[in-house]
Design a protein around this ligand. Structure first.
Ligand code: PNW
Length: 461
């Protein structure tokens, strides 16, 4: 058996727009996702998160299911426009009440809330009036919103994540236009990202100065997939590092080192905004832990002729900026997202982070897989998902044995949900959701996870 450190945090995760529903209930204002889903062709089967899992009305039942799994922690996100309908000024007390009740219910169940402040659902008003993440005002708006959350939920909540996957919001939202706000550009991703990093840092400064007495921890959750050099050639090895720098270093270097990677500065020139001296100081050290969302692995090789055409989803950046070509091994296993199942990539990813960023405390804030699960005689036997989690957790354990300070792991996801542009077709959950009746059915992975948590480790058989 692979036994984990005794204070290891076993968790599960979701996000507001993907599960809550109640999109315009009790005074919630619209977000960019509420608008984006109405654009023809953007979402598989023209679906939306209007109802989603109806978690807004069923959260008590959901917390009971979490309790059955025995998780120590639950990571969820707050919908900014549910508590501030236009993203600024006015507060919606009904929205505050919802999160307050959720937090209390979790605490009674012995589950620690880990709260993400931003999981992509920007208040629509801020997009229309102030250009969203491209505008100058957004980082202060975000800090004001964060302040409201710290004020109302702080103390009961002591684990905070400012932004979820700024890479996705920048690249898929402002580069390729496949996620809200649906912009396509080869400059805007770098500007949006710049403002996200500043927003993160301002919220962290405020939290530390004003709410330090709450003794909490605050960080950011970045996503990165592993990039393995395709060959042993020096060119391919450098290409793989460059790919990781454009993916994770873009966000983690400023937070841990104070500035963007040199490779980005060299290749992007004026397209990459600059931080002022004061901003360097503000950003450097602005995370108490390293949050990592990790899903898959690709090979990287040097290629100065690549374009991003035909390479839209999950390509790791604007390819032509990196001179990197990505490829896959057809012998790997694939999930229904076509993401390869490569546990050793997870171990290498963790070890690369430990090495580059001074061995920080790391939490895997998301890891999981989508498969086309089916209910047979009332049960869902998702043995492929069980194998996925076994493989990845075993890889995590190897990284820990090699000195990586991995402190916890959040399985994505607690239940099937609205998988963004893929709609409801892609199922990532440990609980099956029947989207017609909204019934939840624990899959075999939920039972396996409960057993793993109870044993504090992955059983061999
Ligand atoms: C993450 N990519 O999204 C999100 O944090 C979750 O909300 C989402 O449900 C989950 O992973 C599964 O997709 C990603 O293209 C979306 O590389 C796209 C990519 C990565 C993560």
């Amino acid at each position: 058996m692979n036994t984990f450190p005794k204070d290891f945090i076993w968790g599960t995760a979701t996000s507001a727009y993907q599960i809550e529903g109640a999109a315009s209930k009790d005074g919630k204002g619209p977000s960019i996702w509420d608008a984006f889903v109405t654009i023809p062709g953007k979402i598989k089967n023209a679906e939306s998160g209007n109802v989603a899992c109806d978690h807004y009305h069923r959260f008590k039942e959901d917390v009971q299911l979490m309790k059955k799994m025995g998780v120590n922690a639950y990571r969820f996100s707050i919908s900014w426009s549910r508590i501030m309908p236009t993203g600024k000024d006015e507060i919606n007390e009904k929205g505050i009440e919802f999160y307050s009740n959720l937090i209390d219910t979790l605490l009674v169940a012995g589950i620690e809330p880990w709260v993400t402040l931003y999981h992509w659902d920007l208040p629509l008003t801020l997009q229309l009036e102030e250009d969203g993440w491209l505008g100058k005002t957004i980082s202060d708006r975000f800090a004001d919103y964060a302040n409201l959350c710290f004020e109302r939920f702080g103390g009961r909540v002591t684990k905070w994540i400012t932004l979820n996957e700024p890479w996705v919001a920048a690249m898929l939202g402002h580069g390729q236009g496949v996620f809200a706000p649906g912009r396509t550009s080869n400059t805007e991703p770098y500007l949006a990202a710049h403002h996200m990093i500043l927003a993160h840092a301002k919220a962290v400064k405020l939290y530390r100065e004003k709410y330090g007495f709450q003794n909490g921890k605050i960080g950011i959750a970045n996503n990165c997939d592993w990039r393995e050099p395709l060959t042993k050639s020096k060119q391919d090895q450098e290409a793989a590092v460059r790919a990781l720098e454009f993916f994770l270093g873009w966000f983690a270097d400023p937070v841990y080192k104070g500035d963007y990677p040199k490779s980005m500065r060299e290749r992007l020139g004026k397209r990459l905004p600059k931080f002022t001296e004061q901003e360097h100081q503000l950003i450097k050290g602005s995370s108490d832990f390293f949050g990592l969302n990790h899903y898959t692995t690709m090979y990287a090789s040097h290629d100065d002729g690549v374009t991003s055409e035909g390479n839209v989803y999950g390509n790791g950046g604007i390819s032509e900026d990196q001179d990197v070509s990505l490829s896959l091994d057809p012998n790997w296993e694939y999930t229904t997202m076509n993401w390869a199942v490569v546990p050793w990539g997870c171990q290498k990813m963790l070890e690369w982070i430990a090495e580059r960023y001074g061995n920080p405390d790391i939490y895997i804030t998301e890891n999981g897989c989508s498969y086309s699960d089916e209910v047979i005689n009332g049960a869902v036997n998702d043995y492929k998902r069980v194998a996925f989690f076994k493989g990845y957790l075993t890889a995590c354990k190897k990284a820990i044995d090699n000195g990586v300070k991995l402190r916890g792991y959040f399985a994505w996801s607690f239940m099937d949900n609205f998988e963004w542009a893929s709609g409801y077709e892609k199922r990532f959950g440990m609980h099956y959701v029947n989207f017609k009746t909204l019934e939840r059915i624990p899959k075999s992975s939920a039972e396996w996870y409960a057993e793993t948590i109870a044993n504090n480790g992955v059983l061999d058989n």
